[in-house]
Design a protein. Structure first.
Ligand SMILES: Cc1ncc(COP(=O)(O)O)c(C=O)c1O
Length: 472
């Protein structure tokens, strides 16, 4: 196939060439004397040389080749982010934005942390990657799992590694079923999720999660999954009365994140733990957002004082510098799996235990600990939470809810979340609209107080603007 043949629908190459890979080169900004923030930095690669002029792909009008996740496939208007520093990111036109969502709920230590960059580069020079199937291992993976086992909210945990939260959820669901099979209860296959919860996009996670829009068009979904209300223990009790002896596990986010930032009502998670114990079901906490300091503790389980059987994590484990996820595997699951010496766990990903990702996690966790960012999460909550609650008190918002580093601004009825998001962008703040009435905030834990205040002020102005438009 010639490169010209893969120009995409309606695309064409000027002078189509055989070689599909244009040469690229890092550019070094030379505007040092001008005090440009880009001075001395290596900028993103660009096409160079004669070939660049000759082979430049001419994109047709319409969407670009990059098919974006959770976006309209027909969209063609995107904001190109080129650089990050602390709690801010910059677009290709040099505009600065406060990253009030820690990218996508993950950049807990902030952008541009050279400690992580150095740890990754050092590891890559020694061994970028080697698999950990069967008898192979590597030092960063061993060190990370040892550290995570010590930090785990349950005693005696082991750690299974993945590259994403969805893979972690999939792993937890499979391990829960498998543990019951190995313990002599193959009839325990039902996995219970909560309405409004989010557990990723793989078939297990998308089947058990509780946001119906995410399931539309993807059926048939995974058999043996069901949902209960996110806040109603009576519904769990009824479900267990009907089919408790067939339930493998219940999945719960300590604080629901992508479903609208919903903290648990007091006693809910402890009650869920108790009901699972009585029914013989495993409790899986999905801590993909809540873990690694977001709630002011290493785990949501710590904050709410419960011991889960399995914990899924991702995002904040590396602050997103390299993709990584995993599952903390407690005794109730590991013991039946370990009981027979010859039994083989036939589950794992090519990159389970990726040494470079693990090196990034070790450096990231070091920063969380050394800079007391768990404590800082509480201060973020104090400042941001107080600001948002003030807006709710003044009638600017319908409600403010959240814990430590994660908050929802619930908008008044006449105001659309997408409109407010645009107002925030215009004021240099990236926050995330959820549904029609929520703007989520989940800033890097290093965001300074003045910037947190700016988020609140920008929200107030954006809501006022949207309201004024709604009145016209
Ligand atoms: C609670 C929860 N679980 C699972 C996932 C899926 O993680 P990933 O997008 O890394 O697959 C997410 C992602 O936002 C999440 O918030």
């Amino acid at each position: 196939m010639r490169f010209g043949d893969i120009g995409g629908p309606g695309g064409r190459l000027i002078h189509g060439a055989q070689d599909p890979l244009p040469r690229v080169e890092g550019r070094r900004d030379t505007a040092g004397a001008s005090g440009s923030p880009m001075a001395g930095r290596v900028r993103p690669p660009v096409l160079t040389g004669r070939r660049a002029a000759a082979d430049r792909y001419v994109r047709p009008m319409g969407p670009p080749p990059f098919l974006h996740p959770f976006a309209p496939p027909a969209a063609s208007d995107f904001t190109t982010i080129v650089r990050g520093e602390g709690a801010a990111v910059f677009d290709a036109d040099g505009r600065r934005y406060l990253d009030a969502m820690a990218s996508l709920w993950y950049c807990n230590v902030g952008h541009g942390r050279s400690e992580i960059v150095e740890a990754v580069a050092t590891q890559m020079r020694a061994l970028a990657s080697f698999h950990a199937f069967d008898r192979f291992t590597n030092e960063p993976a061993d060190a990370l799992c040892e550290l995570l086992a010590r930090l785990a909210p349950m005693p005696g945990a082991r750690v299974f590694l993945t590259s994403s939260g969805s893979e972690a959820v999939e792993t937890a669901m499979k391990l829960a079923r498998l543990a019951h099979v190995r313990a002599g209860h193959p009839e325990r296959t039902i996995v219970v999720g909560r309405r409004r919860s989010y557990h990723g996009v793989s078939y297990g996670g998308v089947s058990v999660q509780g946001l119906p829009l995410n399931q539309e068009g993807f059926g048939p979904l995974l058999e043996g999954t069901t949902q209960v209300d996110h806040d109603d223990l009576a519904e769990v009790t009824e479900l267990f009365e009907r089919e408790g002896d067939r339930v493998a596990a219940v999945l719960a986010e300590p604080v629901i994140g992508a479903g609208g930032v919903i903290p648990p009502t007091p006693g809910y998670l402890k009650g869920l733990r108790q009901l699972c114990d009585e029914a013989g079901a495993l409790l899986v906490l999905d801590e993909v957002i809540c873990g690694f300091g977001r709630l002011g503790s290493w785990w949501g389980a710590d904050r709410y004082g419960i011991r889960p059987d399995l914990v899924t994590f991702a995002k904040g484990v590396t602050s997103g510098y390299v993709p990584l996820g995993g599952v903390l595997v407690g005794r109730a699951v590991r013991e039946p799996l370990e009981a027979e010496a010859g039994f083989i766990l036939r589950h794992g990903h090519t990159y389970s235990g990726h040494p470079t990702a693990c090196a990034a996690a070790l450096a990231n966790i070091g920063i969380l600990r050394d800079e007391q960012l768990l404590e800082r999460a509480e201060q973020v909550g104090g400042r941001l939470g107080l600001g948002l609650s003030g807006l709710a008190g003044d009638g600017v918002l319908a409600e403010a809810r959240g814990v430590a580093g994660i908050w929802a601004a619930v908008l008044p009825e006449e105001v659309a979340a997408t409109e407010v998001r645009q107002g925030l962008l215009d004021r240099g703040v990236i926050a995330r609209p959820i549904g029609t009435d929520v703007i989520a905030f989940c800033p890097p834990l290093v965001m300074p107080d003045a910037d947190l205040d700016h988020c609140v002020e920008a929200l107030e102005a954006s809501v006022a603007e949207a309201r004024a438009r709604a009145r016209v």
